[in-house]
Design a protein around this ligand. Structure first.
Ligand code: ADP
Ligand code: MG
Length: 273
C-alpha cells in the first residue's frame, strides 16, 4: 500500500477503464480473446456483437465477477484484476445485469434506498440500520427524486416481484443512478423495454454522460438507441474486438460489414492486403 499522496501519482484520472490483452477461457473455450479497450473519463462506448460474442463475459471481467486468465484491467490507472466486485464499486464503478438483479420481496422504494445505503455504509447485508434509514429525510428526498426521474414514483410502494420486466429494468438503472457512480456499466439495459420506455430513459442516460460527465459502457443490441447516447462503438465477434472507434466509421468498417452485418460483395480485407 502507498500513502495517499504517493499513491495519487499512480492514479490517472483521464482514463476510466483500461483493458489490456485480456483473455478468459471456460475450459478449452476462449470466450474473450486478447481484448484491449480504453475508455477515457467522461466518454461513452457501446459494445455490440451477436449473442455469444463475449460481451457479458467482458463486462463480468471488468466488474470483477470473473478473473482474467491473462491481461490487466485498470480503473483510473489502478490495477483492479484482483479486486472483488464490491471493492470495484467502492472505486465508483457500478453495473446493471443482462438478467435483472433486484430484490423481489422488497418494495420499489426499499430497493433504491438499499442501493444508497450500501454505497454510503459499504454494508452489503440488509441490517436493522438499513430499515432505520428508510425514514431518514435525506434518503427519502434522494430516492423520491430518482424514482420520479425514472417514472417509477407511482410504483414506489409496490413489491418488486409484481413488476413487469420493463419496470424491473428501469428500477435496476435507478438503483445504480441513485449512488451517483463515476462509471456506469450497463449490460443490455433496453432488453425487454418497449420503445416508449426506452425513450423515457434515453434522456436520463444522455444527461448523465453529457452534463454530469459520467463514463459509460453500454452493451446493447438496439443500435439506433445506442448511437444516440454513445460517441464510440466496439464490435465483438467470437471473443475479439474486431473494430472500435467513432460510431459511423466503426459500423462501416470492412471487417464489421463482413462479420457483423454479413454484407455480401464486401471485399475481404485479408484478400485485399
Ligand atoms: P454475449 O454476452 O456476447 O451474448 P457471453 O459473454 O454471455 O456472450 O458468452 C460468450 C460465450 O462464453 C458463450 O458461448 C457462452 O456460452 C460462454 N460462457 C459465458 N459464461 C460462461 C460460463 N460461466 N461457463 C462456460 N461458458 C460460458
Ligand atoms: Mg450478454
Amino acid at each position: 500500500m502507498f500513502p495517499l499522496g504517493e499513491r495519487a501519482q499512480f492514479m490517472d484520472t483521464s482514463v476510466a477503464i483500461q483493458v489490456e490483452h485480456v483473455t478468459k477461457q471456460f475450459g478449452d473455450f476462449v470466450a474473450v480473446k486478447d481484448v484491449s479497450l480504453e475508455l477515457k473519463s467522461c466518454d461513452s462506448i457501446g459494445i455490440i456483437g451477436p449473442n455469444g460474442a463475449g460481451k457479458t463475459t467482458l463486462v463480468n471481467l471488468i466488474t470483477g465477477y470473473y478473473a482474467p486468465d491473462r491481461g490487466s484491467i485498470r480503473i483510473f490507472g489502478k490495477e483492479i484484476s484482483a479486486l472483488s466486485p464490491p471493492e470495484r464499486v467502492s472505486l465508483g464503478m457500478l453495473r446493471t445485469f443482462q438478467l435483472v438483479h433486484v430484490f423481489d420481496n422488497l418494495s420499489v422504494y426499499e430497493n433504491v434506498a438499499l442501493s444508497l445505503y450500501r454505497r454510503q455504509t459499504g454494508n452489503h447485508s440488509i441490517l436493522l440500520s438499513f430499515f432505520r434509514t428508510l425514514v431518514d429525510t435525506r434518503t427519502r428526498e434522494r430516492v423520491e427524486e430518482v424514482l420520479d426521474l425514472f417514472h417509477l414514483s407511482s410504483l414506489e410502494g409496490e413489491q418488486v416481484g409484481n413488476l413487469s420486466l420493463g419496470d424491473k429494468k428501469k428500477l435496476e438503472l435507478a438503483m445504480i443512478y441513485v449512488v451517483d457512480p463515476e462509471v456506469m456499466i450497463l449490460d443490455e439495459p433496453f432488453a425487454g423495454l418497449g420503445d416508449q420506455e426506452i425513450d423515457e430513459i434515453l434522456p436520463i442516460l444522455k444527461n448523465a454522460v453529457q452534463k454530469q460527465k459520467k463514463t459509460m459502457l453500454i452493451v446493447e443490441h438496439k443500435l439506433s438507441k445506442l448511437t444516440s447516447i454513445v460517441e464510440n462503438i466496439a464490435v465483438m465477434h467470437e471473443g475479439a474486438i474486431i473494430a472500435s472507434g467513432p460510431c459511423e466509421e466503426t459500423l462501416n468498417h470492412p471487417e464489421v460489414r463482413r462479420s457483423y452485418w454479413k454484407l455480401d460483395g464486401c471485399p475481404d480485407p485479408k484478400e485485399t492486403k
